[in-house]
Design a protein around this ligand. Structure first.
Ligand code: HEC
Ligand code: HEC
Ligand code: HEC
Length: 440
């Protein structure tokens, strides 16, 4: 560890070979170059630091987001350069130790909710650029988020040292990450920066990612991050590189999939800002990850279902909205979903409102994301397009649906447009409802 720290000498920044290589304009000894700052900002975006280190409605990077984990709720800390409340007193070495090895400036261990196991693969140059950008361009915020308090034994930060041994950090990549060839760059983005595995890889009993099931699908915060290995049945093996690039840039691919919840946030804050070249590198790498079948999935979720044959409106039966049995899934659908997704589930002609058949969320054997979409809706801005569907939870502006109504509509939608009725119960909806992120 000290070895790595010694390799990156902070004073070298002013005049060192790395800076000389990066900057075209001569920089003052104490003033980092614009290139270095731009690179630091890009690394912070690709690493999506803002997602966890900002609470809803809070100042960027000031922390305070409560992250639900099986260990308990872990609250992110303030990483703005404020000397008393944030990381203003961190040297580059202190910063490197927390980002790559999960060790705080005071020597205590960070909880693995901070994805340092992924970041351990970051190159020295990228860590330096990241540190420089945080210290130079992030606005200091003088507020300390509430402390995390976990139950024994997880409250003993020392146990995280054991966790570290099990989780296995990777060796940092070496060299200039900007010059890596396509697949190496893609691997670097997927593992060391974008940490796709943090959500998509199942964890073992010690909560570390199962390396032999990389990207095979896992639950988080009420959502299910699906199998995205190259499996043609339960993964995304039949997506093209362009499909995946479009998904990561916009969150919407007609007739395949849309991104809501945590994935919508990854796209909004992180992947939609990657360069075209990096998106292609990332997609090419992901699409060659060895196939791993997800036992819980039916085959090819994005291919399931078809439009509902609806009787002609003049001859067919009409449902009276005021006469609905609230527990009837079709009734809930007609009253709350059909106005946008259509009676037959086909969505709108311009695909702004997606079809519910050939839709990965509806066709999935894990109804989790359909439940979460109905509860929270979709609210994602990427590439200048705002995708919005209202949520139907207790905060809804349109209609608050009960757990039983949501269970009924979910079963109706999967039975009609997807892979069959999964027998979702009101209790299951209730359990997912309480997992939505909260601010302490
Ligand atoms: C998935 C959520 C998540 C992401 C993404 C994330 N962090 Fe963290 N980070 C945390 C949490 C939670 C803590 C506090 C852990 C604890 O209290 O043990 C933390 C702690 C830290 C600390 C220690 C600060 C201190 O002294 O308390 C630093 C430094 C840090 N993160 C930097 C970063 C940087 C830089 C990035 C982006 C490259 C990043 N984090 C991305 C969740 C995250
Ligand atoms: C914060 C957690 C999180 C991270 C990090 C994350 N994902 Fe996701 N991902 C999800 C969730 C949850 C879904 C389901 C979203 C939905 O149903 O709307 C998803 C869905 C997807 C899908 C759609 C699959 C399908 O069949 O519909 C793809 C592709 C994908 N993610 C790729 C990636 C890649 C590549 C990365 C890394 C760049 C990544 N994800 C990082 C949580 C995450
Ligand atoms: C006001 C219009 C509107 C209403 C009402 C509406 N939706 Fe949506 N729905 C949308 C839009 C827009 C999207 C997002 C498209 C995107 O992500 O690009 C969407 C997305 C979805 C998705 C895909 C989500 C994902 O993560 O891939 C599902 C499933 C869905 N809606 C089901 C429903 C159900 C069930 C109801 C009724 C309870 C409903 N919708 C009500 C407009 C609507």
């Amino acid at each position: 560890m000290p070895d790595v720290a010694r390799k990156i000498l902070w004073p070298a920044l002013g005049a060192g070979a790395m800076l000389a290589a990066l900057s075209t304009a001569p920089a003052r000894a104490d003033e980092p170059s614009a290139e270095l700052l731009a690179r630091g900002k890009y690394v912070a975006t690709a690493g999506d630091c803002i997602a966890c280190h900002t609470r809803p409605g809070g100042q960027p990077f000031a922390g305070g987001l409560s992250i639900t984990t099986p260990m308990g709720d872990i609250i992110s800390t303030n990483i703005t350069p404020d000397p008393d409340h944030g990381i203003g007193k961190y040297t580059l070495q202190d910063f490197e130790k927390s980002v790559r090895h999960g060790v705080r400036r005071d020597g205590s261990r960070l909880y693995p909710a901070m994805p340092y196991v992924s970041y351990s693969g970051m190159t020295d140059d990228d860590v330096t650029a990241l540190y420089t950008w945080f210290m130079h361009d992030v606005k200091p915020v003088a507020e300390t988020p509430p402390a995390t308090s976990l139950n024994f034994p997880a409250n003993l930060r020392i146990t995280m040292a054991i966790w570290n041994l099990v989780a296995g950090e990777s060796e940092p990549e070496t060299g200039d990450a900007a010059t890596f060839d396509k697949l190496r760059r893609g691997k670097y983005l997927a593992h060391a920066l974008e940490h796709c595995g943090t959500c998509h890889t199942p964890r073992n009993v010690m909560l570390s990612e199962k390396t032999d099931s990389y990207l095979a699908g896992a639950s988080l915060l009420g959502w299910y991050a699906p199998d995205i290995t190259s499996s043609k049945t339960t993964g995304i093996g039949d997506w093209s590189e362009d499909d995946l690039v479009a998904y990561l840039r916009t969150g919407h691919v007609d007739g395949l999939s849309q991104a809501a919840g945590p994935m919508g946030e990854v796209i909004e804050h992180s992947s939609s800002h990657l360069t075209d070249e990096d998106l292609h590198a990332l997609a090419a790498y992901i699409l060659q990850v060895p196939a791993k079948e997800d036992d819980g999935e039916h085959p090819a979720r994005a291919r399931a279902g078809q439009a509902l044959d609806t009787p002609d409106i003049r001859s067919g039966e009409l449902t009276r909205i005021d006469n609905l049995n609230p527990m009837d899934g079709k009734g809930v659908y007609d009253a709350n979903c059909a106005s946008c997704h259509g009676d037959n589930g086909a969505g709108t002609g311009d695909h702004y409102v997606p079809s519910l058949f050939h839709n990965a969320v509806v066709g999935s054997g894990h109804p989790d994301n359909l439940i979460m979409t109905v509860l929270e809706g979709v609210n994602r801005t990427a590439n200048g397009v705002h995708a919005y569907m209202p949520g139907f939870d207790g905060k809804s502006d349109v209609q608050r649906l009960s757990n039983a109504e949501i269970a009924a509509v979910v079963n109706y939608v999967t039975a009609t447009f997807g892979n069959g009725d999964h027998g979702v119960t009101a209790e299951q909806v209730g359990a997912q409802r309480v997992q939505t992120p909260k601010t302490p």
